[in-house]
Design a protein around this ligand. Structure first.
Ligand code: SF4
Length: 263
């Protein structure tokens, strides 16, 4: 948080997370309503923000796919370079996020990271839901990539989905996958929670990951893509993190930018 970073958001996700912000057992219909009016929008940035379900729905729901640009590696790199304040890499991080960025797009990351203009990049983070194994080619490439850089050059920021998301435990909690990430880069877990029950579920998940050999940090993050919802439980979540000896993660993009598209 607070580190100058460029976010590359890829399209597609294996989850829907329609349970966020909803009473237990219910799923959000907000995106369904927006999808029924999709022809009124010509750019994903004009789509309404939602207060329940996945706040990044435009980055994975096929009904909105045509609103996102399809870009070549060259044009992605040029856009990134244009965003950098000095038009070259200094201390900025590249964060590859989604949707779920470790789906089929894995095939393209070697091409992206080996691009001439990407040579100066020193720190790379994958923001993932922790369910996708790494392709062998990417794994080998990342090993080499990190050797020529400082410790911690690669981070897997894993946000495993608990019951609060509406996704099933058996699909969402994948200890072997997290262990694999931890062999390639610095890996931490970040759980989105709203109640004590969610925190207990996070503890059960951490137990599973630990049994498989995971030894990284654990963060709790309050649920809520809109400030009102999020600020309601931020303090409780911070207290729970302190009680368990875990870390607390804020949602800076909600406070600073009200979670608008592109933040
Ligand atoms: S895993 Fe992330 S991007 Fe995918 S639906 Fe859930 S919250 Fe949204």
């Amino acid at each position: 948080m607070g580190v100058p970073s460029v976010f590359l958001r890829t399209f597609g996700c294996n989850f829907k997370c329609a349970g966020f912000g909803m009473p237990k057992g219910e799923l959000s219909r907000e995106v369904e309503d927006i999808a029924s009016r999709v022809h009124y929008f010509n750019d994903y940035k004009k789509l309404p923000l939602v207060s329940t379900g996945c706040d990044s729905y435009a980055s994975w729901d096929p009904r909105f796919k045509d609103l996102s640009p399809m870009l070549t590696t060259d044009s992605i790199v040029d856009s990134i370079m244009d965003m950098l304040p000095h038009k070259r890499w200094m201390s900025e991080h590249l964060v590859i996020t989604g949707g779920e960025p470790l789906l089929g797009w894995q095939r393209n990351y070697v091409d992206l990271l080996s691009h001439d203009k990407m040579r100066g990049l020193q720190e790379l983070t994958f923001e993932t839901n922790g369910t996708q194994e790494l392709h062998q080619d990417l794994k080998i490439y990342l090993h080499k990539w990190s050797i020529s850089r400082s410790m911690g050059a690669i981070t897997f920021s894993v946000s495993p989905k608990l019951g609060i998301s509406g996704e099933k435990w058996e699909d969402a909690i994948c200890p072997d996958v997290i262990y694999e990430y931890s062999q390639v880069g610095h890996t931490y877990l970040k759980f989105v929670v709203a109640t004590k029950e969610d925190v207990e579920e996070a503890q059960a998940a951490v137990d599973e990951y630990s049994k498989r050999g995971f030894r990284g940090n654990v963060y709790l993050m309050p649920c809520g893509g809109v400030e009102k919802l999020y600020s309601m439980n931020a303090r409780t979540v911070a207290n729970e993190a302190m009680r368990l000896g875990w870390r607390y993660s804020d949602r800076l993009q909600v406070t600073l930018f009200k979670n608008e598209w592109g933040t």
